[in-house]
Structures are given as structure tokens and as C-alpha cells.
Design a protein around this ligand. Sequence first.
Ligand code: AGP
Length: 606
Amino acid sequence: MCGIVGAVGHDRCGPVLLDALKRLEYRGYDSSGIVTLHEGQIDLRRAVGKLVNLETALADQALPGSIGIGHTRWATHGGVSEDNAHPHVASDRVSIVHNGIIENHRTIRARLESAGHKFASDTDSEVLAHLFVEAFDAGLDAVAATQKILAEIEGAYAFAAMATDYPEQLIVARNASPLAVGIGEGACYIGSDAIALAHLTRKVIYLKDHDFALISADHVAVYQADGTPANREAVIVAASPGMVDKGGYRHFMEKEIYEQPDAIAHSLAAMTDADGQLTATMSTEDLRAITGIVMLAAGTSHYATQIARYWIETLAKVPVVCEVASEYRYRHPVTSAYSTALAISQSGESLDTLMAMRHAASSGLHTIGLVNVPGSTIARETDFVLPTRAGPEIGVASTKAFTAQLTVLLSFAVALAKAKGSIDAERAAQIHQQIQSLPGLVGRALTLFDPIRPIAHALSQARSALYLGRGTLYPLALEGALKLKELSYIHAEGFASGEMKHGPIALIEEGLPVVALLAADEVMAKASSNLREAAARGGQIILITEERAVHEVDFADAVITVPNVDSLLAPILLAVPAQILAYLTAVEKGTDVDQPRNLAKSVTVE
Ligand code: AGP
């Protein structure tokens, strides 16, 4: 998703903004730009492609000035071009950067063009720069101008404006898209997240929706949409510069696959109370009050919810429904059977999930946020927070956050079941012990890179692939297919093994790769016969399973085995070889593993 940065009061503003943009690269982008203001002059540099192209443009001629804004763009309205790259400038007087979508931009643009404004791009965002020119021309000051503009625009936004009328102030505003204000020594900064600013300051103010602020080198004045001053406390954020480098690995994704034992251990620790019992960071009475759960998430996080449904219903006997966040509020759901909405989001900023959570809250449900970014919007808006402690996940394809989510969700299911009395303390302790063995088991699964490499080489030649799983391994099949397609661009589809005979088996042809996820659980025999049907029609079976189940599928063409594991934990452990297979296939294909084409780490548009 787009990333915005800004600085005021720093004498090396250009290089500081470029460095901050580099820390937002993980969000995914296709063009970038920086603008500064010096002695009444706006100086703009933009480039298509990677940040190195912008760096080259800046090296040729440095940007003067101690105030500026910068942007990495992930195209939504208007193609990828230098004209459509941010920052946008209107009348050589106001420049802006924006993350989000101004949904009524066409109406606004038509009005402004009929009043003589000349637009230089096809973007929705450019209207913001012209609206500020229009307001300043009408004699409004910065506060009144911003108030008027926020009253007119509709949609999600985090934007920063810089104007020759206010040469020592940045004007920022947010609604639904994240924005952090960093308080430095004699300088202030803004960023789409705190990671962009962590090397400059860890003292951060998070604006709330509809807030706007005037930021100078030594002062931040925050206002609510109606212009009344708002008191937003600064917090010290955990992100630190050292947490966002590759640590010697080839890709962030490779590093994050290897970090999973720690991510699981730290997340488990966050779900363990002082007595060493699994807890859900909620009181027993709050847990007992849960009568039904609506799970809201997108992408990989959605597949985590589908796995958690098996655990929660089996252990706690609480009904669960898993909703695709972007569909939820538009189907006008009946919520009377549920008491609680659980929003799962690595970034804590996915707008689909945030808006679904808000809809559930407005329907009277209690809300729980399961996020990996403390201080993220979902974390700040839900009634309770279940924390994954995976550390910053930079690779666009989620890995350690996924297994950390599953660890927290299984722990939550056990704590809920215990509070509900549907399992006793002994069973809870037994499962807890199993979860405690996970970091070690995952550590052993990390030795699979070499055995998987030749399988990935063969898979990289395929035009498409199927992923099959049954029980809790069915959602893992969906996740495995997502990993392969988002990283290697090979089309892949996940199916419940039992569904094959209802149509998808028509896809089977000689040599078609079928990645089969299998565990020694109650559906192993049925899953195995589904695989036999696929093999009999020429499917090339790539079996991912635990040691004790290998014999079940003696017809597999390739076998990847992990250590034996309790079937409750199978989807967590088997996720690791599925991630490695997708990663190595993408490396074989030579795709941009950490920032796959068209993708963003945090999708903050609907
Ligand atoms: C995961 O590999 C994908 N990049 C994507 O599906 C992601 O899981 C989804 O966009 C949800 O993101 P979130 O967990 O930050 O809300």
C-alpha cells in the first residue's frame, strides 16, 4: 500500500525522507517521490519503479530545504507514471502526498476544473492539493482550510500537505488509513507507520480517525474534525532500527521463515500467565460471556481463522463463523447468534478487516483484535487485544505472523474451553505442553530447505498446481496455494480433498502437481484415498506430512516429512514446509520474493 513520510526542522530533509521511504518499501509500491520547500520554492523529484531510481534523481541534484514530504505509490487511480507519482503540486503553491482513496474525487475535480484549476495527473489524490489552493485563495487559514476540505472529501485517507503560505508547517490528516507523528529533537516527522520513523524517534503520536494536525519543528497541534483542539498523548514505540534488516538472509521472507521458532515462543509467552497457565488476556467472566464468535480477516489471516474454527468448536463448543472481511458488512449479516467479533490482522491496518470489525461493533458485538503491530488501528479500536509477538514482518507474504496467529488462536481456544468448563485443567495442561514443543519441532522443520529445493525446481516449471487438505489441513491447503501464487505467480488452487470428486478432479491431467497436506488425524484414511484418485489420473503427488503418516501415501512422487506432531498442532507445523516450498519455487522463478508484483504488505484501501 502507499507510504507517506514527512519532516520539518531537519536540515538534511531530502536524505532523511529518502531513508524513511526505504523503510516503507515492504508495503509494496510502483513509483515514488519527494518534495521540499526552500526560500518559497517547491522542489519536486519523482521516479517510476524502485526507490533506487529516485535516489539517482536526487544524487544528480540534491533537494534543499528543512521541510518536505515523500511518498511510495501503489497505483489505485491512474496508471504507473511519473505524472501520477506523488507528491502532487498545485499552482506551485501546495504539494500533497496521500494514502487511501478519495471516493468523491471525480465530483470535486469537475468543480475545480470548471473554476479554472489545471490538473496534471489522473489520480484521485491530486484534488487535495487544489482544494488547499482554493481554500487559501478564499482567505481561509490552515485550520479552517483543512476543516473545510475534510468536510468535503469522502473515503479513506492519510495525507500530508505543504504550502508556500505556511513554509514552516506540515498539515496532516487521517481517516481509516494509518498515520504516525514522530516527535524528534528540534524536528518532527510523519510516517504511515512507526517503523519509517524508528531511526529518527520512538516518541510517536497516533492520530485518530478524522483528526488533523499542524506540525512544525517544535510543536504538534492536533484538532478534531470540527476544529476543536484534541489532546493525543505521545507513546514510546517498540520498533527499533535493528528490527528491519535482513540479518544476512537473502530475503526478508527467508529470515522470517527462520524466525518462526522465536515468533511462536514469544507469542506463546504472551498467552501464558504468571502461574504458567494459558490465558487469553481476558477475565474468566469475559471468556464465559462469549456465546459465539464472528472471525473477520483477509488473505492468510482469513485462513488462520478457518483453522481456529476447528479448535474453538472442538475444544470450547462455541459456534464460530469465518467471514471474508471485504464481504462481511455488504451481506448485511445477522449477528444475533454471536456475542463477539475477532478481527485478525498482521498489520492491524487492513481496511477491509477494520471496516468489518467496526460494522460488527456497531451491531453490538464485543470486539477482540489479534494483531502483530502494537498500536495499530485495529489494536486501538477493539475491546480486547490478543497479541502475536512475531516482530515486524517485512516480507509481503506472511509467514511467521501466520504461525504466530495460529499459536495464539490455539492458546485462546484452550483458555476459552477451560473457562467454559468444556475441557478440564489436565487436558488444558496437556495441550499447553504440546504447544510448548512447537518451537523445537518448527526448528527441526527448518532443515527442510535442502530436501525441498529439487521439488521446488520441478514445481517452478508448472503452469498450475492443486493443493489438497482435509480437516484443519483444508484451510492450510488454501494458504499453501496462496503462498505459491502470490510468490511465484503460478496459478494454484486449494481444495478440501473430499471436494475433488465433486468437480475439481476434472482438472487432473498427466503431470499436474498436487501438493497434498496430510496428518495422522481422524481423516487421514479418507484424505489418502482422495489422493489415490488424483494419482490414478496422472496427478504428481507432492506429499507434505509427518513421519508416522508417510506409509499412508506410498504412491507419492515426492515426500516432505516433518517430525510427528499432535494432530491439533499439525496445521502449524505443516505450514513451514508449505512456506519453504513456495519460497524456493519463487526463488527458482526469479520473482521479487519480498515485494511480489501488484501486492502490498498492508492493504489500506477497500
Ligand atoms: C499474506 O501472504 C498476504 N500477503 C495477504 O493475504 C495478507 O495476509 C492479507 O492482506 C491480510 O493482511 P493483514 O493480516 O495485515 O490484515
